[in-house]
Ligand binder design. Sequence first.
Ligand code: BES
Ligand code: MN
Ligand code: ZN
Length: 502
Amino acid sequence: MLTIEATSAAPQAVECDVLGVPVLDPVDARAGALAALDAALGGKLAHLAEDGELKGGPGKVLALHTLGELAAHRVCLVGAGRSAKVDADSIRTAAARTAATITGLAGGTVAFVVDASLPVPVADQARAIVDGVVLTSFDAGRWKTIDPRPKPITRLVLVGEGLDAVVEDARRAAVVATWANRCRDLVNMPPNELYPARLGEEAVAIADRLDHLACEVMGPERLREERMGALLAVGQGSDNEQRLITLRYEPPNAVDGVVLGIVGKAITFDTGGISIKPSARMEDMKGDMAGGAAALAAAGAIAELGLPLRVITVIPSCENMPDGGSYRPGDILTARNGKTIEVTNTDAEGRLVLADALTWCREQGATHMVDLATLTGAVVIALGDYYAGLMGNDQGWVDRILAAARASGDHAWQLPFHETYRRHIGSHFADFKNSSDLRQAGPVYAASFLAEFTGEGPWAHLDIAGTGSLDRGRGDYYVNKGATGYGVRLLAALAAALAAGS
Ligand code: BES
Ligand code: MN
Ligand code: ZN
């Protein structure tokens, strides 16, 4: 775990393995935090700026060994871009680049300057620095046995005036970011290690060590009793049995009138089933449980923070495989809410498992629901890897999720969600079909289907197919391919806002 402190000492006097300083574009070595360092170094930073070695462009890094000239062993001057464009993500990236310079050291200390002259409030800067440092400490290569592994950073010092007031908030951000890393680890886990039963065990272990959090895991027999025909069908071709995981967080001091329902798709491997996918990059479909992993890690974060809010988390988990026992195109399923679904594509399995999970979540008492799912390739085409697609049946609820997205750095963009799209989900034979042969508005079509299973009340859907795990680094604080932990920070921010009654 990361220890966090604040100091009002001058940057040149802070002892640490690396001192990070955000640098604006154009560089002015005689302004802001740079001025004090430049003076301590006898004007050398100004020279480096004149020579073009010290730059302020976003993500530009000049890392220097100080060799005794400063109390810090290294100084990392990181570009934050033009002043008008600096946002919390610029700070996350700058802090991540700084931390990355010492991830080879055991037990390293990072210090980072909080610059009150930047256009981001200092409390937000402090949280962003924590995000950058913690998310950069994540090791995606833990199955490697040959290369040395990066070492976690153990201490963070926030450098600036009057930061005592933001330290507690920063510590809470570290709790959330650590859960985001836990989520990333689950998402990166290979499908031979992480199958539905194992995810259920992970959920039980998490609930066991946190107060007021309980976990119930249902297998196929119970799911048949509960008539979850859609969830059961998706998993019936796999030797790895289906699970429905329900976590109930019931703190004694919960606010009245709101029960947050979180639902996360957890297909531990999606081959497409009988409607099998092409083989290229099929290995990435181990990440088709990113929504479920985010839901689980968020439940952990909310419980560890002790937020005074009731939360019900539901995670439907299956493996979608082709087999003699698989469900087929043409099958007609009966979902838990009694509605019938014609399967027209077994690769549109996410909406099927979510159908039963959403019904269940509402029945368990959720007043406000949000689901996260790696649901469509089309959302990746539309929005890429920075924004998740957001749709919902209640604009007020969607707006709250947009606010949490903006505050947390898990970005979301609202897509249109209009009644007219609903005509695409009709079937000749059953109430609905699970895929349309039109190559149109895929994410909206999928959400229109989900909306039929959400019961009464506000619900929103985040399609995280593009943001849950990355094909390649994003050039910001996500440097490498693989899971991002998308949704954990957003859900924690949403829960905190609901718990605060705002
Ligand atoms: N898990 C996939 C969606 C996906 C695609 C996630 C790329 C991450 C990256 C989902 O189950 C799926 O296969 N969706 C189909 C739906 C179609 C058959 C209607 C798709 O998007 O092609
Ligand atoms: Mn699929
Ligand atoms: Zn899928």
